[in-house]
Design a protein around this ligand. Structure first.
Ligand code: SF4
Length: 356
């Protein structure tokens, strides 16, 4: 009997096919009807344990044979979807106003992404002590860090201390600083700040913001560079790249450096301010340029309201990147040595323009 039932169960799908036959049988004779019902019954009345596997297997086979398998809609994370669109050069959805919480999350995510792309972001001026960093930062206005790095060794070899630079012959200093541009104004500034250090701070660079900004030619931006990188005190460097990028990202609508600094500072823990400044400035120098940002290869395109302001075609965008020694700056997780020059020092960017 069990064998019979199994046979019948296996042929259960046929029961449906023979429904019409059963119907005619019903009309024909009660005896036949009873027999048909008896034949169909096991499939309907058998326990789920008995029928389910057979039914399921058959249903699957039938579905595979008769209807093309409908692929379940693939779940794609919104961010990945936007990244895909960005990579394909298609515009991402129009930017919607966001809550404060969403803004904080997006800002921090951008910083995390940039930290991955530029894991070795660092101040790109060469220095060995706070005095050298202070002077180099003043000299970096309107020129490249590379140019400053080519100039300062001669300057510091001749005038290694604030005392010596304070007493320097301006014409000699001008000659050394000529390649940096605005060399007369810069000579005045570095000699002036050296005198300020000698007269007010005993020849030492002070480690407090309020003292640094009292020195001639030293503003908050320069002071934060020195505090963050020579004293390890958190600071946000609002240079021209930083201003441009944070406005593109709609972190703030402010236009004055002091207000930008306060607005952006409020989005991040203080301990992250210095690294954040490096990440943003590196991205501005290498990829998110003032005139032609390389949106098509930008790793944070899905998080950027200004995506599309620059070149979105990946091939064309690649050509806009400012390369640094050792590789393509947009490459993630490239080996550390790719960021280092032959001497094992962090490689400087090529043609990066420092802003003030
Ligand atoms: S390169 Fe384009 S997508 Fe990337 S941050 Fe700049 S504007 Fe936004």
């Amino acid at each position: 009997m069990a064998e019979k039932t199994a046979k019948k169960t296996a042929s259960a799908p046929k029961a449906a096919a023979s429904a019409k036959a059963a119907e005619s049988a019903e009309k024909a004779a009660p005896a036949k009807r009873a027999a048909s019902a008896k034949k169909a019954a096991p499939a309907r009345t058998a326990t789920p344990a008995e029928t389910a596997p057979a039914k399921t297997a058959t249903a699957r086979t039938t579905a595979a044979k008769t209807t093309p398998k409908k692929a379940a809609p693939k779940k794609v994370a919104p961010r990945k979807a936007a990244a895909g669109r960005a990579a394909a050069g298609k515009p991402v959805a129009a930017w919607k106003p966001e809550s404060r919480t969403a803004l904080v999350r997006r800002a921090r995510r951008i910083d995390r992404e940039l930290a991955e792309v530029y894991p070795y972001a660092h101040p790109e001026l060469d220095f060995e002590n706070p005095f050298q960093l202070l002077v180099a930062t003043v000299l970096s206005a309107q020129t490249t860090d590379l140019r400053v790095n080519q100039t300062t060794p001669t300057l510091f070899a001749k005038y290694p201390t604030p005392e010596e630079l304070a007493e320097a012959n301006p014409e000699e200093v001008e000659e050394i600083l000529r390649p940096c541009g605005f060399f007369r104004a810069k000579t005045k500034s570095v000699i002036g700040l050296s005198k300020g250090l000698v007269e007010s701070f005993g020849g030492e660079v002070p480690g407090r913001l309020e003292d640094l900004v009292k020195l001639p030619g030293v503003g908050r931006k320069t002071a934060f560079v020195v505090l963050g990188n020579a004293f390890g005190r958190p600071g946000i460097t609002v240079d021209t790249h930083f201003q441009r990028l944070v406005r593109r990202w709609r972190w703030t609508e402010e236009t004055e450096p002091d207000k930008i600094e306060a607005a952006v500072g409020a989005l991040f823990p203080k301990s992250e301010w210095t690294d954040l400044s490096h990440h943003v400035i590196w991205h501005g120098r290498r990829m998110c340029h003032a005139r032609k940002p390389a949106c098509g290869v930008c790793p944070i395109a899905p998080l950027c309201p200004a995506y599309g302001e620059g070149e979105t075609d990946p091939e064309k965008a690649k050509k806009l990147l400012k390369y640094e020694k050792g590789g393509f700056p947009g490459q993630r997780l490239k080996p550390p040595q790719a960021y280092l020059d032959a001497g094992g020092r962090p490689a400087p960017p090529l043609g990066a323009v420092s802003g003030t």
